[in-house]
Design a protein around this ligand. Structure first.
Ligand SMILES: Nc1ncnc2c1ncn2[C@@H]1O[C@H](COP(=O)(O)OP(=O)(O)O)[C@@H](O)[C@H]1O
Ligand SMILES: [Mg+2]
Length: 264
């Protein structure tokens, strides 16, 4: 495994060679190889030029939001978002993120399961039927790593936490990717991770959020302001304060589809 500082150095200074476009990707999302001093790794390269304008995210860039999500993740110490930076590349400036290898898909903690057979320790979060009319549940595990991701999403106001945006590397961690539609000032939280709704936040999470809130008044806040509007950065603080005051996992909003489509 690559230490975080080494991964950042590789991303910052490595030579990028594009491998191809990721098929299920919505914007221009490319997979590339990056090499520095004989070390080669894969990465995801999202050039700003490939971004389709989104009416509800008029400020800044999606790439800047990807980097902001990494900065917040790093400040929590939860290691949720793979190292992500902004730099120039073969198709111009863009977000560059370390590629996370997954051993296989059997480790997934989110998915559709038969409605009568939700695994022990899993939360059903939505009901669905397949073409034959059989009932399924969209469900996820009651896993502390996913719970941290759910709290992180509430902080960054992630509008697109689908199953496929959660990765399970062999190291045993859980990683979140694709944070281009985060940090809006209005509540846009759309996620499959609603299992803990209304439950108390774990004590250690409250400590982490308190520390995160402090960091926003210093270098973290300044770093985020390079990518987000001042108001968007203020709203990160506000959301953390609200989470700490309630000390509970957020409730789904009434006026917004709370689950992304497709959910997986
Ligand atoms: N850092 C990463 N490591 C491994 N796989 C990734 C990484 N980032 C994205 N992917 C995979 O590529 C897919 C497309 O990337 P994503 O960031 O979702 O792009 P888009 O913004 O175009 O939807 C993801 O759903 C995921 O399966
Ligand atoms: Mg995506």
């Amino acid at each position: 495994m690559l230490a975080e500082a080494d991964a950042l150095a590789l991303l910052e200074r490595g030579r990028i060679e594009i491998e191809g476009r990721l098929v299920d990707a919505s914007n221009t999302t490319l997979r590339a190889e990056i090499t520095l001093d004989g070390l080669t790794r894969r990465c995801v390269y999202k050039p700003v030029r490939g971004e389709r304008p989104l009416w509800d995210f008029p400020d800044g860039t999606l790439a800047g939001r990807e980097v902001s999500a990494y900065l917040v993740s790093r400040a929590t110490g939860w290691d949720l978002v793979p190292p992500t930076i902004l730099r120039d590349g073969p198709l111009g400036p863009g977000a560059l993120q370390l590629w996370i290898d997954e051993p296989d898909e059997t480790g997934a903690l989110i998915g559709f399961v038969p409605a009568y057979d939700v695994p022990d320790g899993w939360f059903p979060v939505a009901a669905a039927r397949d073409d034959d009319g059989d009932a399924y549940a969209l469900a996820h595990a009651d896993d502390p790593r996913l719970a941290r991701l759910a709290i992180f999403d509430a902080v960054i106001n992630n509008a697109d936490r689908k199953g496929g945006h959660v990765l399970y590397p062999a190291t045993g961690g859980v990683h979140g990717v694709d944070h281009g539609v985060s940090f809006h000032v209005e509540n846009k939280l759309r996620t499959v991770l609603w299992g803990w709704t209304g439950r108390p936040l774990p004590d250690d999470a409250c400590e982490v959020l308190t520390h995160l809130h402090e960091q926003l008044t210093g270098r973290l806040g300044a770093a985020l302001e390079e990518h987000l509007t001042v108001s968007e950065v203020q709203h990160v603080s506000l959301r953390i304060k609200r989470l700490l005051r309630a000390a509970r996992f957020p409730q789904p909003p009434q006026d917004w589809p709370a689950i992304p489509w497709p959910p997986i």
